[in-house]
Design a protein around this ligand. Structure first.
Ligand SMILES: *Cc1c(COP(=O)(O)O)cnc(C)c1O
Length: 471
């Protein structure tokens, strides 16, 4: 494709992007397709001859777009959002155009130095203390794997990396029973073994129960096991529980456990000073991850991973074959900070986003989400046919439909049908979880383009569809 053609297509794609985002509400939020429906329309064999880009775009719109779930739809209230924003998209286009592989300082000095600078901005914005040093990882899952590798090496004095865990006493890791599944996955990946993950019960408010953690650690130690790490959660995925770092921290400190914090979603709210209570006890923390790709208007993928002891991280992760040797001393080579060698230029989109909105603008957007979630919760509370199960601490709330006189034993089934009808309607997208065994509807306010009107329209739709189900 020559420059002239590329330019023409680039303009058309740019127009398409703006139109799409401007008109995203025309689409059903969740893709209304059955498994295999899209695949059937894709030829079994690759084209031998070149296909014109105009035709590729046409097929994209007609074949693929109907099979997309629209995460940038303002009525996307499911999971945690993967929110984006115009400045983030623009930066991502530039990143693609540069096509740089930013594994080492030398392979793109600006990418490395911007990443250092922007992660320092983010550290300051979120109120993390001086001494935490950040890097961008693809996901919170990878950051947690990395943190547990460092914890594993600390617990085995660096032996696990060299000789494996075969000759070591078994290591153990602790988290709350509401921690994200990525923690268990990571414990398996780093070779500690999923059976060595202790899921500590939570209190009524969803926070890990400190005394029970203490008992579990002591019991393992007495049995000859080696407690290596605690993964604390800020903002659990199921129901927005917040572990207390100030309670957990000293238990880790006394016994030399690595304390990693998974704040994947809630961490972005640390840019609001009124939510810094979340990190009371941060001085005990060894590492923390949160996802600007969830709630800081920066498109997937972008996880901010902070560690205090960078040397421990580098000791565990770095490896230097001859072909990767570069001559500069005292520079950061981010290839040594995570799992993958290759790295995209992801700092650029954070830089675009933070500068475009300013800290104030970002704070206002997150504050609005929290306010609207509170209003939504108040509306549920005021309706006798609905029950608020978890009030929002930030902007995640859980509720269920409980019409008067409906047999309690059928409520799970009724709410399951409600979620299905809501999502089939295309008007909005919610998901569910189970709390204390009950099926509950999860509703998160956090999409970039969501307004108060979308949240309240969501409530009207929920009420209308619930009534149509009878009960
Ligand atoms: C979303 C989420 C994760 C996983 O995030 P990825 O970046 O997709 O790996 C982990 N922990 C919590 C609490 C989450 O909400």
């Amino acid at each position: 494709m020559d420059a002239k053609k590329f330019r023409g297509h680039a303009h058309r794609v740019a127009d398409w992007m703006v139109d799409y985002l401007e008109q995203v509400e025309r689409y059903p939020v969740r893709a209304p397709v059955a498994p295999g429906e899209i695949r059937l329309q894709i030829p079994r064999s690759p084209p031998t001859e070149a296909v014109d880009l105009g035709l590729i775009m046409k097929d994209f719109e007609h074949v693929l777009l109907p099979g997309m779930t629209h995460w940038q739809h303002p009525s996307f209230f499911a999971y945690f959002q993967a929110n984006s924003s115009p400045p983030s998209v623009l930066a991502e286009m530039i990143t693609a155009a540069l096509g740089a592989q930013c594994m080492s300082w030398e392979t793109s000095p600006a990418a490395t130095e911007l990443e250092e600078a922007v992660l320092e901005w983010l550290r300051e914005m979120t109120g993390l203390p001086d001494g935490f040093v950040g890097s961008i990882q693809d996901t919170a899952s990878s950051a947690t794997v990395t943190a547990l590798v460092v914890a594993r090496e600390r617990a085995t004095a660096g032996r696990a990396n060299r000789t494996g865990l075969g000759r070591e006493a078994p290591l153990t890791v602790y988290c709350s029973e509401e921690a994200h599944s990525s923690v268990e996955k990571a414990v398996g990946i780093v070779g500690i073994g999923r059976d060595q993950l202790r899921k500590i019960p939570v209190r009524d408010d969803g926070a890990l129960d400190g005394p029970r953690l203490q008992v579990a650690i002591a019991a393992d130690q007495d049995a000859g096991l080696v407690p290596a790490a605690v993964v604390a959660s800020l903002g659990t995925t199921g129901a927005s529980g917040f572990d207390r770092l100030a309670e957990i921290g000293p238990l880790c400190g006394e016994r030399g456990l690595w304390l990693h914090v998974d704040a994947a979603w809630a961490g972005s709210a640390l840019i609001l000073p009124e939510y810094r209570w979340m990190i009371d006890g941060i001085d005990y923390v060894d590492s923390l991850v949160f996802n600007p790709h969830k709630w800081l208007f920066t498109n997937f993928d972008c996880s901010a991973f902070y560690v205090r002891d960078v040397d421990a991280l580098l000791d565990a992760m770095s490896i230097l074959p001859e072909y990767l040797r570069t001559r500069q001393q005292g520079v950061t080579n981010y290839r040594d900070w995570g799992i993958a060698l290759g790295r995209r230029f992801r700092a650029l989109k954070l830089w675009f986003v933070i500068r475009s909105y300013g800290v104030k603008g970002l704070q206002e957007m997150i504050r609005n989400h929290i306010t609207w979630a509170g209003e939504f919760a108040a509306a549920i509370d005021a309706d006798p046919d609905f029950e608020l199960i978890r009030a929002p601490v930030l902007s995640l709330l859980c509720f269920r439909y409980r019409p008067a006189g409906h047999p309690v034993s059928d409520l799970d089934e009724l709410n399951e049908r409600l979620v299905q009808e809501l999502n089939d309607s295309g008007a909005l997208y919610v998901n569910h979880t189970r709390l204390a065994g009950d099926y509950v509807i999860r509703f998160v306010v956090g999409q970039t383009h969501t307004t108060r009107a979308h949240v309240m329209a969501g409530w009207d739709t929920i009420r209308r569809i619930a009534q149509s189900l009878g009960g």
